[in-house]
Design a protein around this ligand. Structure first.
Ligand SMILES: C[S@@+](CC[C@H](N)C(=O)[O-])C[C@H]1O[C@@H](n2cnc3c(N)ncnc32)[C@H](O)[C@@H]1O
Length: 281
């Protein structure tokens, strides 16, 4: 292990001691185009300006973080996945205007500066409900007075919820799955507003958007969805060798519900919440 990998590894053990964290930076980079497009939409809701410093939390493999660097003097990408940060560093390195480090949104230790924009494109739904207030508070702490927080998170009407809940109630899965399953912490306009306010941020705009997904084949769809499922809390309870089976069963149930014909493109729409709030000056 070289020095860079060793440092990132040590930081990540510290940052994610109790987290479900199996993200694969290589796979994510190859399959996450829809996420990039959504981050772009969310960012484009902000007024055009040059920022001093942007903190991108849950930056993944860094593709959109790199994009943010066109709009700021300095951008820091933080993610609690060592694999994601290694991929981002491999692709974009660490420089004076763009760098990446391992860190958990609930802690954000070792960041000794503040930012005029903090972005969180999709990390929020991975954080347990009990830790959500802390995540929002830490984002607020990172802002200069007057700074802006931009959050992108899946809406509770997410169309994967029903097939997942249906499948996990089947007898063969029930012995693994706890009674109260919190698969992802999908949000609503109201819950994002409440979280902003609790963190001392003033909501500026919060709205639901619809993303149309298009995958040329079932395999492309499955590859994308692997990012979602293998990092979600319910997989903690399922023995490792059975996880792929559960994944396939949920997605087959989903495809049946959207009347997928078995060949050709997989196309569907899913809602997201984009929230913008400001730290009082
Ligand atoms: C769906 S990916 C989004 C990545 C990137 N922002 C994008 O839009 O492509 C969600 C990311 O959130 C990160 N994440 C989840 N929980 C986190 C936490 N507690 N702290 C920091 N990052 C977290 C994951 O490691 C993952 O890289």
């Amino acid at each position: 292990m070289n020095m860079k990998r060793l440092i990132v590894f040590c930081l990540s053990v510290y940052a994610s001691a109790s987290a479900v964290e199996n993200w694969d930076g290589e796979h994510y980079q190859a399959t996450s185009r829809p996420q990039f497009e959504m981050a772009e939409w969310a960012f484009n809701t902000l007024p055009k300006k040059k920022y001093e410093a942007i903190l991108d939390i849950g930056c993944g493999s860094g593709e959109f973080t790199k994009e943010l660097a066109k709009h700021a003097s300095y951008v820091l990408g933080v993610d609690y996945s060592e694999s994601m940060i290694l991929k981002a560093q491999d692709l974009y390195g660490n420089s004076d205007d763009l760098s990446f480090q391992v860190g958990d949104i609930r802690e954000l230790n070792g960041i000794d500066q503040q930012f005029d924009l903090v972005t969180a494109f999709h990390p929020i739904q991975w954080i347990p409900a009990a830790d959500q207030p802390r995540a929002f508070t830490r984002m607020a702490d990172m802002l200069v007075p007057g700074g802006v927080c931009l959050v992108l998170v899946s809406d509770q009407q997410n169309i994967f919820y029903a097939p997942l809940m249906d499948v996990v109630q089947r007898p063969r899965w029930q012995s693994f799955i706890p009674d109260k399953l919190e698969p992802w912490n999908w949000q609503t306009v109201a819950s994002v507003r409440k979280s902003f306010k609790q963190a001392g941020l003033r909501p500026l705009s919060i709205s639901v958007w619809y993303k149309k997904y298009y995958f040329a084949s079932r395999d492309e769809f499955l590859a994308f969805m692997k990012n979602w499922f293998f990092n979600a809390a319910h997989f903690e309870y399922v023995p490792r060798q059975k996880r792929y089976e559960l994944f396939r069963e949920v997605l087959e149930e989903f495809l049946t519900r959207i009347n997928y014909n078995g060949i050709g493109a997989v196309v569907f729409e899913c809602p997201f919440v984009i929230g913008v709030a400001a730290k009082l000056g």
